[in-house]
Design a protein around this ligand. Structure first.
Ligand code: ZN
Length: 169
C-alpha cells in the first residue's frame, strides 16, 4: 500500500515532507524525539475518566457521555480512527439516549497527545456531526495544536504499519 494515501488532502509541501520522512527512515527518530513515551490509559475506566474531564471542561452542557472504549476499527484511513455513536434505546417505555465513543485499538499503545487528539475529535462530534469549519474550530478550541496532532497521528499509523512502533514495548 502507499502510505501517502493517508496524506492526500494535505498541501503539496506537507506531502513532500512526509514522503521525505518516510523514505529516509527518519520516522522512528521523529517520534522518539517528539513523543518519547506512551500514555498509561490502558483500562477503559481510566480512558473514560480522562475523556470525561475534557467533556466537563469544554462541553459541559452536552449530553452525558455513556462510555468510552477501545474497539477494533475496520478502516483507519477514512477518518475512522474513532467513532461516536448516538443510540436511542427503548427502556420500559422511556427513551434513553446513549453517547458512546470508540477509540481504535491501535491507539492503546500510543503517545498521549495523539490519543488526546482523537478524543477531542470524537467529543467535538457531540456538537457538530460533520467535519466542517465549525467542527475544526471546536477541535482547535479544545486543543490549539489539533491540526499538527492530526498529522502526527497519521504518521503514527505509518510507523505502526511499518512495524516500527516502539510504544508497546
Ligand atoms: Zn469525525
Amino acid at each position: 500500500m502507499n502510505f501517502l494515501d493517508y496524506f492526500q488532502h494535505y498541501p503539496d509541501n506537507i506531502q513532500q515532507q512526509v514522503a521525505q520522512l518516510i523514505s529516509s527512515n527518519k520516522l522512528v527518530d521523529y517520534f522518539k524525539n517528539k513523543y518519547p513515551t506512551a500514555h498509561q490509559l490502558k483500562s477503559e475506566k481510566h480512558l473514560f475518566e480522562y475523556t470525561n474531564r475534557f467533556k466537563q471542561r469544554y462541553l459541559k452542557n452536552a449530553p452525558k457521555l455513556s462510555s468510552v472504549g477501545y474497539k477494533k476499527q475496520k478502516d483507519l484511513v477514512q477518518n475512522a480512527l474513532g467513532t461516536h455513536t448516538f443510540k436511542r434505546q427503548q427502556h420500559g417505555g422511556k427513551l434513553k439516549a446513549k453517547h458512546e465513543i470508540a477509540i481504535a485499538e491501535q491507539l492503546k499503545c500510543a503517545p498521549e497527545p495523539l490519543l488526546k487528539m482523537l478524543i477531542i475529535h470524537e467529543l467535538a462530534h457531540f456538537k457538530e456531526k460533520d467535519h466542517n469549519k465549525a467542527f475544526y474550530q471546536l477541535c482547535c478550541h479544545m486543543e490549539p495544536d489539533y491540526h499538527q496532532l492530526e498529522l502526527d497521528l497519521r504518521l503514527f499509523l505509518v510507523l505502526q504499519k511499518q512495524g516500527l512502533s516502539f510504544y508497546d514495548k
